[in-house]
Design a protein. Structure first.
Length: 303
């Protein structure tokens, strides 16, 4: 029996932007019956030619099946699209980029409407969707029953990870990883700025920079272990006092090269605060505690 001969689960997709279209094509290529809706109907025409059923309204699209996937511009767009639509008994998966708080609020509203809800955080750009080996991944959180019921369908466009019944956890994982990525990009930008005016080819420097960053990733696991057991001195090789002393060289070099230190300064200032608190024998993991000043609020588990 061929893969195409196996009956595939139908689903509805609301939203045909760049990401929505990539998702749609992945499900169609895998043989899933797909109903689509988009505010601008013209975006649906190419997908209709590829086998998608095009709904004229959101209500019509939602009525087509149990599993409804939403991939719109923002949280407000989801509210607008679903306003007044009968979702009772539906399995709703929101792949629209949102914050943890927005996802938790949507989970509450979904439960009030008799809807099973899962929120997703997409770790990919559209060309990665449906491409084997691309590394595309989606975090899911909320109803475990919903996720387990549709696991195979959800795994078609990208790899999946279920990260908890708290509906906000998918968005939180997504944003936490993206935040780390932006921090890395900041460091990369500063490094290239330092050599920009010199007779150093960026393309020759890039492999050194990339290899160095890879070598430093082991610090992620060390910090996690320290946060877990509360001992910020465990396994420390270059302690905070040593690093703060070395920071003067980083700042002086930036000044000499005519490079702004604005990307480094906030982090270096946090390190100095820790040192002033007498924590020079620790690692820099204590910066996490300085950033997380507010008490953790009570979270509502998603529907």
């Amino acid at each position: 029996m061929t893969d195409n001969a196996i009956e595939k689960s139908p689903l509805t997709l609301l939203g045909l932007g760049a990401m929505g279209t990539a998702l749609a094509r992945a499900w169609l290529a895998a043989g899933h019956p797909l109903t689509v809706w988009n505010r601008s109907p013209g975006r649906a025409e190419p997908l209709a030619a590829e086998g998608a059923a095009v709904a004229g309204t959101v209500a019509e699209a939602v009525a087509a099946g149990r599993l409804v996937v939403v991939c719109l511009l923002d949280d407000a767009s989801v509210d607008e699209a679903l306003a007044g639509v009968d979702l009772a008994g539906k399995d709703l998966v929101n792949l629209t980029t949102s914050t943890p708080g927005q996802a938790r609020a949507r989970a509450i509203r979904a439960r009030e409407r008799g809807v099973h809800f899962v929120d997703g955080g997409i770790m990919a750009v559209p060309p990665m969707i449906g491409a084997p080996g691309s590394g595309a991944h989606v975090f899911y959180s909320g109803s475990r029953t919903l996720f387990d019921s549709h696991r195979e369908t959800l795994a078609v466009p990208a790899g999946t990870s279920y990260v908890g019944e708290d509906a906000g956890f998918a968005a939180l994982h997504d944003v936490a990883l993206l935040s780390a990525m932006n921090g890395m990009f900041a460091g990369v930008s500063h490094a290239f700025a330092l050599i920009r005016k010199e007779n150093i080819e960026p393309t020759a420097f890039a492999p050194l920079l990339a290899d160095w960053l890879v070598a430093m990733t082991s610090s992620v696991h060390a910090a996690a272990a320290q946060l877990a057991d509360g001992d910020y001195t465990r396994g420390v090789v270059s302690n905070l006092a040593m690093q703060v002393a070395g920071n003067a060289t980083l700042l002086r070099t930036a000044e000499e090269q005519g490079v702004s230190a604005e990307l480094l300064a906030p982090y270096l200032a946090l390190m100095e605060r820790l040192l002033a608190d007498g924590r020079g024998n620790e690692s820099t993991t204590g910066v996490v505690d300085l950033l997380a000043l507010r008490p953790t609020r009570l979270r509502t588990v998603g529907a």
